[in-house]
Design a protein around this ligand. Structure first.
Ligand code: ASP
Ligand code: MG
Length: 441
């Protein structure tokens, strides 16, 4: 294995928005290389590029729109070197294929989506070279980052990827060069391009860090660290300095848009700390690592719009197998349950709005033959307070936040309230006032 690992390489991922300032990216990297020795860069597509590619997929026959998108992508990557221009040509070919195929095949969709990151690494590498850095563009599928075959939401298979990724990056690092690797996708077991889901470059960076034995991964976002709430809901939201792996995982799963939900897995199992920070300057940062006793973090998330269905079960939950029957019916219908609240006679399901018809269909036999009654759907939002030991704060829940809630659930790490959608913002603000410590400890 050729990773020159006296000091394991640092992996630093630049988000699309931070790429708008390549000179600052170069300065950031020069400082990191001085301090850390070897560095591996992971890059997302430039800002809005993946949105444009998704728009092309949403309108597979829109030839004129595809042409506009190609022109826009060219404008967004000025000074693209020849390898990058070839990627644009390939994209044009893939869009033509899309225009004439009867259905959108998921691997073709992923291949189209992956072009944003490919353009980014060729463009960024050229910019970094112009700044005197020995940047080498690397496309993760060619490198051998292997994923499962779940196109659009694939998972990195670390064991399958380890040898090729270590060897490929090790070779570049051993020359003293700076690999600039595409985030967001890898190569499936069938040998096709597979994306990791929106925001997947964070996850790619954590996966690559785990593969090459890094102890730290840095995620560079445009503005801020992880905040105690979305500032669009809570203007007084504050940066959080440290999070445990578990807190960060809950935050990502409960919809804080700052991290891809799978990012923390490889970090936790490989004991890598993950730093979230902005580009340049004396910026706020959040470090995600092992939990510390006595530290108290509280962060709030809101998932919306959601729908709640209330099931009244004759004989109550004590009737053997009723939860399983409902869960199996829903899963067979492809319905994802966002949250589940139960009491002895009620079972409340929180669902995405689009899955309500399928859920009702799946429950219909139980309504017809099992005497189950279904009420709703009610329009709700799920407001969640996250933090190690959050159950200790139960007595501080403000009355007006809880009033009118349609359901409540809690673990020692996450406490969720389903509240009427129209009250979501008032509730999250009230919880922020009473639960979030004044200053980050
Ligand atoms: N470019 C992809 C997206 O916008 C992946 C990423 O940015 O992390 O979702
Ligand atoms: Mg992006």
């Amino acid at each position: 294995m050729t990773v020159p690992a006296r000091i394991p390489p640092l992996v630093v991922k630049f988000g699309g928005a931070s790429l708008a300032e390549p000179t600052k990216v170069a300065a950031d990297l020069r400082a990191l290389r001085r301090r850390e020795g070897s560095v591996v860069v992971v890059a997302s597509a430039r800002e809005r590029v993946t949105d444009l590619l998704e728009a092309a997929l949403a309108h597979p026959r829109a030839v004129a729109l595809h042409r506009e998108i190609l022109a826009e992508l060219r404008r967004r990557h000025p000074g693209l070197p020849i390898a990058g221009r070839q990627r644009l040509e390939r994209l044009a070919g893939l869009l033509r294929r899309l225009e004439t195929s009867p259905t959108v095949d998921p691997p073709l969709a992923d291949r189209i989506l992956s072009q944003g990151e490919r353009l980014a690494v060729h463009w960024l590498s050229a910019r970094l070279q112009a700044e005197g850095l020995p940047a080498v563009p690397v496309e993760a599928d060619h490198l051998g980052l292997i994923t499962d075959n779940a196109y659009g939401a694939s998972r990195i298979l670390l064991e399958r990827s380890r040898i090729a990724v270590r060897r490929g990056l090790g070779r570049i690092l051993a020359r003293g060069d700076l690999p600039v690797v595409t985030g967001f996708f890898g190569r499936s077991l069938e040998g096709r391009v597979a994306t990791l889901g929106r925001g997947g470059s964070d996850y790619a960076a954590a996966g690559i860090g785990a593969l090459i034995g890094s102890t730290r991964v840095e995620l560079v976002k445009r503005h801020v660290a992880v905040l105690s709430a979305d500032p669009r809901d809570v203007p007084g939201a504050r940066p959080i300095r440290d999070l445990s792996f578990e807190e960060a995982e809950e935050l990502a799963q409960f919809g804080a848009r700052v991290l891809h939900p799978l990012t923390i897995g490889p970090a936790r199992t490989h004991r890598m700390t993950v730093t979230v920070r902005s580009l340049g300057g004396r910026s706020e940062r959040t470090t995600i690592g092992p939990g510390r006793p006595r530290r108290k973090n509280r962060a709030l998330t809101v998932l919306r719009p959601l729908r709640l269905l209330r099931l009244r079960v004759p004989g109550g939950r004590q009737r053997p197998g009723v939860v399983a029957e409902v869960a199996q019916g829903l899963s067979a219908a492809g319905v994802n349950v966002v949250q589940l609240f139960t009491s002895s006679a009620l079972l409340c399901l929180v669902l995405e709005p689009a899955s309500v018809p399928a859920a009702r269909g799946a429950l219909a036999p139980m309504v017809r033959h099992g005497g189950v009654e279904v009420e709703g759907p009610f329009r709700v939002a799920l407001v969640t307070a996250i933090g190690d030991g959050v159950l200790d704060d139960l007595d501080r829940l403000p009355q007006d936040a809880v009033r009118g809630a349609q359901g409540f659930s809690a673990t020692p790490r996450a406490l969720s309230l389903a509240v009427p959608e129209a009250r979501a913002r008032a509730v999250v603000r009230a919880l922020h006032r009473s639960l979030v410590p004044r200053r980050s400890p």
